[in-house]
Design a protein around this ligand. Structure first.
Ligand code: ZN
Length: 243
């Protein structure tokens, strides 16, 4: 079984479709939350994911679109698109988002949007935060999203519990069989690591092998839709630069 692991699509259909085309064969999609928010294709992205064999978490932007988070804690641009999403989701897609949880155990893997410690709010951006989280989940591997930053945290078996951060190694197969891991595939629809290409990963459940991957997508297709909807310029521009 090969699983396509994605996160933070953020209503960017062109990016999602590019990932699906580039991924090759897979048996199932795991999505780690934030289907919507920021981008113009809220219903289209949910429809596409629902047409595939998949499991999805809810992210903080999905909760915002459902009115489950106080929008005062969002910055102005995020708030604006959250309100647009609230007003434009179909009843069926709203019900679908309502059915999602922000953390889950799937096939022996922990999946959390932000972190096992706080799946809606916490950002794992450094080894110390990762280290604290290793004591909270019990599986060997945990996948997270939320930061839009592709990376991996590794805890060796006899490491005196020191957690190391490993930069994503593109198109390189890494065995997850030794030690424990927290892995972030990066963001499909709004990368923030200085690279505008959509980020994703492939997991082979039999061999325990993982691969961080990247693919180009037609950024201008998404940007045109955002311009037509009068979305904030800063959100349109950041897709060009991937930050
Ligand atoms: Zn996000």
């Amino acid at each position: 079984m090969r699983h396509l692991i994605i996160s933070d699509i953020h209503a960017n259909l062109a990016a999602l479709d590019a990932v699906l085309a580039a991924a090759g064969s897979y048996d199932k999609v795991w999505h780690l939350g934030d289907l919507v928010g920021y981008g113009p294709d809220a219903n289209e992205v949910i429809d596409r994911l629902r047409s595939l064999p998949h499991f999805s978490l809810a992210g903080n932007h999905d909760w915002a679109a459902l009115g489950k988070l106080d929008l005062r804690y969002f910055n102005g641009d995020a708030r604006e698109t959250a309100i647009w999403t609230q007003n434009n989701l179909t009843p069926a897609n709203r019900a679908y988002l309502e059915s999602l949880r922000p953390i889950a155990l799937e096939e022996g893997y922990t999946l959390a949007h932000g972190s096992p410690n706080n799946p809606i709010e916490e950002y794992i951006l450094d080894p110390l935060t990762a280290e604290l989280n290793f004591s909270i989940f019990t599986t060997q591997v945990c996948f997270v999203g939320h930061t839009h930053w592709p990376t991996a945290y590794f805890m060796a078996k006899d490491s005196d519990r020191v957690c190391l951060q490993r930069a994503a190694q593109w198109n390189t197969v890494v065995s997850l069989n030794d030690g424990r891991w927290i892995i972030n595939p990066g963001s499909v629809g709004q990368p923030r690591d200085g690279n505008p290409d959509a980020a994703y990963g492939m997991l082979d459940l039999e061999s325990g092998e993982w691969e961080h991957r990247r693919t180009k997508y037609p950024v201008e297709v998404t940007q045109k839709k955002m311009r037509d909807l009068n979305f904030p310029n800063r959100l349109i521009e950041r897709l060009t630069h991937g930050h």
